[in-house]
Design a protein around this ligand. Structure first.
Ligand code: TNX
Length: 535
């Protein structure tokens, strides 16, 4: 009997031992984008209430990253992680090269080290470390979980310097909290540029102090006619700072000369208006609200356009011959540049279907000069390449390979946003509850399976500045809609932008995204449960 007990005890203990959760290896931890090199060893590191962060290198740039890490894990773990003289989490700046985004992450049993030549690199190491812990680590509520990460070493650096996402806050206004939520999620995916589409036919969303009616009038409605809003300059600066704390640069867009109805509704004097028979003013109706008759030419009546709440494109244009147009743009670019620390101003330039081709070219060239005068570099949709681009300016490829070819021919770089792959507003399939499908249906595998360097003829790796995934909001009204269209596809596009083509693998991604799905569930992100993944 005694013998039997011993045998049972032995069997039981070996069974229990074999079931000890050694946990998944580092390769299986769901790290997205996939790092360049991962090697795992056989152990775990545990984050505890006595964990502390030691900073080696410039404290002023490292301590905000330490605070970020502590805040990200505080709710789920309940730990109040401090910076100390020593610590089991070491963030070490090994050089001083702000443009080097690479990092090394060493997870040992007793200590984690993140090494990089720039604060951005340390921040990306932090993101990878967060993904190495159980998915509950980003939960907004306390969880009883062993906070263990598998041991091993990761060396990583991005393929493209510009890894972006765009949010259209013009078609439907998206408020501060949802914008911050979007930025939080971008940061977890190591994206570093956030393009804000601030103006369009349906709305003007950024306060311009010298032209207040832009937001008073132009910011008063949106697609469908609902009440909407705009960002004051203080709001905008709050967004800039919030993004900067996450190593994300804001790229503000003023779309022109088309997509300008909201501006033309705010200021009638900018509106090209109606051509009148020469000299005959008797047939002119007295213009309404603040509009003017240009008596010097006796040709044109300018009055404010009607506010527009539909979803057509390509019907509006600035008057490219009018001096006031350029004074206006100068004021807008001056005010916007003053509150934009990043190097880029996006000048739009897409779908200007009612602007004459020659006028369009003159216009784009003049606007580029204004942007340059305020010390900024222009980005524009691919149509801008029909004009003579200033050196260093960037064309954002969305639809027309020929335009992209014109940019490359001029020695300018391309930002890759092919609508058939990178447009987050495209439906997943014909049953998707919101979204458009003029370019394609884009399921998760389609968003993942493409190579920017091979996508378009005439655009090779060295021509590409980066990759950006835009979310247009004709059909998007709130956070739930954003989450549904953006996730999980943004994770696929982030991996396309960060990880070299030869490290990407769809089967591996399908497994890793499952972990990210758990993390999104813990954060309350209502992502689309693509049937391409067993969640
Ligand atoms: C095309 S892409 C547009 C946008 C629309 C989008 C909808 C581009 C430069 N212009 O104005 O919102 O399609 O998918």
């Amino acid at each position: 009997m005694k013998k039997l007990n011993v045998i049972i005890a032995l069997i039981l203990s070996s069974f229990i031992y074999s079931c000890q959760p050694s946990g998944p290896a580092l390769e299986e931890r769901g790290i997205i984008p996939i790092p360049s090199e991962v090697s795992s060893s056989n152990g775990t590191f545990e984050l505890t209430s006595s964990s502390a962060i030691q900073l080696i290198g410039d404290q002023a740039s490292l301590s905000p990253i330490a605070n970020y890490f502590a805040a990200e894990v505080s709710q789920s773990t309940g730990f109040d992680i401090q910076v100390g003289e020593t610590g089991d989490l070491v963030f070490e700046l090994t050089g001083n090269n702000p443009s080097d985004e690479s990092y090394q992450l060493e997870i040992g049993k007793d200590q984690v080290k993140i090494l990089a030549n720039s604060p951005a690199g340390i921040f990306y190491g932090v993101q990878t470390l967060l993904q190495a812990f159980p998915a509950e680590i980003l939960s907004n509520e306390k969880k009883s979980v062993a906070w263990v990460a598998p041991t091993g070493t990761i060396s990583d650096s991005p393929e493209y310097a510009y890894r972006g996402a765009m949010l259209d806050v013009a078609r439907h206004f998206i408020g501060m909290e949802d914008v911050k939520h979007f930025i939080d999620q971008m940061a977890h995916l190591k994206l570093n540029y956030f393009h804000l589409h601030l103006t369009d036919d349906q709305g003007w969303r950024i306060e311009i102090k010298s032209w207040p009616r832009l937001t008073e009038v132009g910011g008063s409605t949106e697609v469908g006619g609902g009440e909407s809003g705009y960002f004051t300059q203080a709001d905008y600066q709050e967004i800039v700072n919030y993004a900067a704390e996450r190593f994300i640069t804001i790229v503000p867009e003023i779309d022109m000369p088309g997509h300008t109805n909201a501006a033309l509704a705010s200021y009638g004097e900018l509106n090209p208006g109606i051509n009148l028979p020469d000299g005959d003013l008797s047939t002119v109706n007295k213009p309404v609200h603040g509009s003017e008759i240009d008596f010097s030419s006796k040709m044109i009546i300018r009055e404010p356009a009607e506010l527009y709440t539909g979803t057509e494109v390509g019907f509006s244009t600035f008057d490219t011959d009018l001096e006031l147009t350029y004074q206006f743009i100068d004021d807008v670019v001056r005010e916007l540049s003053a509150i934009t620390p990043g190097p880029y101003i996006h000048i739009g330039g897409d779908e200007s279907h009612v602007t004459r081709k020659d006028d369009y070219i003159v216009f784009v060239e003049k606007v580029q000069d204004i942007v340059q005068k305020y010390g900024k570099t222009s980005i524009g949709w691919d149509e801008i390449a029909t004009a003579k681009l200033l050196s260093g300016n960037i064309a954002q490829f969305w639809a027309d390979e020929e335009n992209a070819g014109l940019a490359v021919g001029q020695g300018n770089k391309i930002l890759m946003s092919p609508a058939k792959k990178a447009y987050l507003d495209m439906q997943y399939d014909s049953t998707s509850r919101i979204g458009l499908h003029w370019a394609a249906y884009i399921e998760l595998d389609s968003a993942y399976l493409w190579d920017p360097a091979k996508y378009a003829s005439g655009i090779t790796k060295s021509d590409i500045f980066g990759v950006e995934a835009p979310l247009w909001t004709e059909t998007v009204e709130n956070r739930t809609d954003i989450d549904y269209l953006v996730f999980p596809r943004l994770a696929a596009l982030a991996e396309v932008a960060w990880s070299p083509a030869n490290t990407r693998d769809w089967t591996s991604f399908q497994n890793r995204i499952r972990e990210l799905g758990k993390s999104w569930d813990n954060q309350g992100v209502k992502f689309y449960r693509s049937p391409k993944v067993t969640w």
